[in-house]
Design a protein around this ligand. Structure first.
Ligand SMILES: [Zn+2]
Length: 244
């Protein structure tokens, strides 16, 4: 297809093909780089065509052929754009996120015992276990947090971290639970949206329940629904005596 000047089209290169561009085009080189990209899949996004690389896509950079020289000459008066390299971290899929650094409870406890200097404490682990107990009677089930940093505000509604009384404090779930993977048990903190997913009720509904007659009892009953649920937990081993 013959193409006029100043036409442009977005091209997305996937996987190893994207690396070719960074490997073969030297940094800060003033000349335009002519890239020939073959065999792409054409898609449409918001009314514009796009090209996507596929397995068979070939990429030729600054190929020494007459067509490329001709094209370069045609492009002489077209303003050039520098090549900007953008580092994109491929967002991990949910499946990846939930199987990454899989540990048993015994292994996690081992890490915890190794102490807080251990570099591993910064890593996120996953663990599959069943919830066997909710410690809502001793530990409560929610806290009021600063809307800025999510830290718990104190009894005067003051956030010690931000050193302000937050304007819009937010109530969040915080359950202390015992989990069991068949070999060992551990106490963990489960927070916020994770609790909401387990119980199927947003915290606002739970607070309403707590304000009813026999509210505490009703809430406790709701929270018991977590018991027996098998879940994949993403955890960080911290130095506060439990793992969250
Ligand atoms: Zn704060």
């Amino acid at each position: 297809m013959p193409c006029n000047k100043n036409n442009n089209i977005a091209v997305t290169l996937w996987g190893p093909q994207a690396d070719l561009i960074t490997d073969d085009i030297p940094d800060n080189e003033a000349q335009p780089h002519i890239v020939i990209i073959t065999a792409t899949r054409v898609t449409m996004f918001k009314g514009n065509y796009q090209l996507n690389s596929i397995g068979g896509t070939k990429i030729y950079i600054n190929l020494d052929i007459p067509e490329v020289e001709q094209f370069k000459r045609n492009m002489e008066d077209v303003p050039q754009q520098e090549i900007v390299r953008i580092e994109v971290n491929q967002p991990e899929s949910l499946e990846e996120a939930m199987t990454k650094n899989r540990k048993t409870i015994t292994e996690l406890q081992q890490l915890y015992m190794e102490g807080e200097e251990n570099e591993n404490l910064k890593t996120t682990y996953t663990c599959v276990a069943q919830i066997t107990f909710i410690h809502d009677q001793e530990c409560g089930w929610m806290y009021t947090s600063c809307n800025n940093c999510k830290s718990r505000v104190d009894e005067n509604q003051y956030c010690n971290k931000c050193q302000v009384v937050p304007e819009f404090p937010i109530d969040r779930y915080r359950l202390i639970a015992t989990i069991d993977d068949g070999n060992a048990t551990m106490t963990v903190g489960i927070f916020d949206k994770d609790v909401e997913k387990l119980i199927g009720k947003p915290i606002t509904s739970m607070i309403k329940i707590s304000e009813q007659e026999n509210g505490a009892e009703k809430v406790s009953k709701e929270l018991q629904q977590c018991i027996g649920k098998k879940c994949t937990l993403k955890l960080k081993v911290n130095n506060k005596g439990y793992i969250q």
